[in-house]
Design a protein around this ligand. Structure first.
Ligand code: ADP
Ligand code: MG
Length: 354
């Protein structure tokens, strides 16, 4: 008797759930017809953030995008190395001292930064601050950094000196004078976090782009994905393959905008931690994966490692990647990882036909 009642309840519950799902699907389809595309831009983190989203009302679009931009602004106040009052810079001021309790966001980004540093043999190194600073000055003055300054700065660079305690959620920087630089990871993290804010407001068909760091939600209505044109230095147009993607992050890192030319050699704003010298030649690295911060940091690392070694690392990490370098002689090298083949345009087009 009890068993029968239980069985009936289960059947009834299953029916209710099915009706609920059906109801939601029908609703979604009805709404899809009335969805409008909205675009918002705002200067954030030293670049322009762009939000594309689909909603039925303008009020929803405005409210959600404002909340997402607000989240980015808060992250900038935590992660910026330009703002001396940021949480990051206050942490650096205590380098060489005791462990410092930090916010969840700062802890998460540093944890990911150290993980990518380890996985890339230190090609991505969040402690590059002192060296990056010298290269920023070099860019302004169009003069290579002084060798002695560079040697001194390099003594402060070592990601292994970032001591993380997950229990206490503290960070200790092992040497006085250390300076963290999250320029190669913060935008990817912020774009993904901004997308989460939109999702929390019920907006799933959305894209957040922080220049070359893009977080993708569900595709636009009637589309199989967002069309992302990959910047590449080996094409005259500067635009390479188109990817059709959703539910992931894409980062392109390279020297298209920030570089300095001294003595006929082009030095990128990305600096090789093994030499302390800006990456030479025109280059770009594009990485696709699940997590914005990781994808951004790995793209920076692959710019340092170059096509051959970079793609070996991408394959090891199971990430889709494309790395290009055009040497000063004009010779271009392009390599792609195994997973890249599964997401590049040809395959996406075939998937659409199916
Ligand atoms: P972009 O800023 O153009 O999106 P990246 O994501 O590659 O490109 O980040 C480059 C920034 O990362 C530099 O401006 C600098 O602040 C920092 N950086 C430079 N070299 C390294 C490195 N080897 N590892 C970690 N961060 C780096
Ligand atoms: Mg990066």
């Amino acid at each position: 008797m009890g068993r029968v009642a239980w069985g009936r309840w289960v059947a009834g519950a299953a029916w209710l759930v099915a009706a609920g799902i059906l109801g939601r699907t029908e609703q979604a389809e009805a709404n899809a017809e009335r969805l409008t595309r909205w675009e918002f831009r705002q200067p954030q983190m030293g670049t322009e953030f762009k939000i594309l989203l689909y909603t039925t009302t303008e009020a929803d679009a405005r409210r959600a995008s404002a909340a997402a931009f607000e989240r980015v602004a808060r992250l900038n106040a935590i992660l910026s190395d330009y703002d001396p009052e940021s949480e990051l810079m206050r942490l650096c001021a205590q380098a060489g001292g005791e462990p410092v309790p930090v916010s969840e966001d700062l802890y998460r980004v540093l944890e990911r930064a150290v993980e990518v540093a380890r996985a890339t043999g230190g090609a991505f190194d969040p402690t590059m601050g002192p060296v990056v600073r010298l290269w920023r000055r070099a860019r302004r003055q169009r003069r290579l950094p002084d060798e002695r300054d560079l040697a001194e700065a390099r003594r402060l660079v070592d990601w292994k000196l970032v001591e993380l305690d997950p229990e206490q959620r503290t960070v200790r920087l092992g040497r006085a004078g250390m300076r963290l630089d999250l320029g190669g990871i913060a935008k990817g993290y912020a774009a993904a976090e901004a997308l989460k804010v939109l999702e929390a407001q019920g907006i799933r068909r959305a894209l957040v782009a922080a220049a070359g760091d893009i977080a993708l939600g569900e595709p636009p209505p009637e589309a199989s994905g967002w069309r992302i044109a990959v910047a590449t230095p080996d094409a005259e147009s500067g635009v390479g393959p188109t990817l059709v993607l959703s539910g992931c992050s894409v980062s392109t890192s390279g020297d298209a905008e920030q570089f300095v030319e001294i003595g006929g050699v082009r030095y990128s704003h990305i600096v090789d931690p093994r030499t302390g010298i800006g990456v030479q030649g025109r280059s770009s690295a594009t990485v696709v994966g699940d997590e914005g911060a990781r994808v951004d940091a790995v793209a920076t690392a692959l710019s340092v490692l170059g096509p051959e070694e970079g793609i070996r690392v991408a394959d090891q990490l199971g990430l889709a990647a494309r790395v290009v370098v055009v040497e000063d002689s004009g010779r271009a090298q392009v390599r792609t990882s195994r997973l890249w083949e599964t997401i590049s345009e040809g395959d996406a087009a075939r998937a659409d036909e199916r």
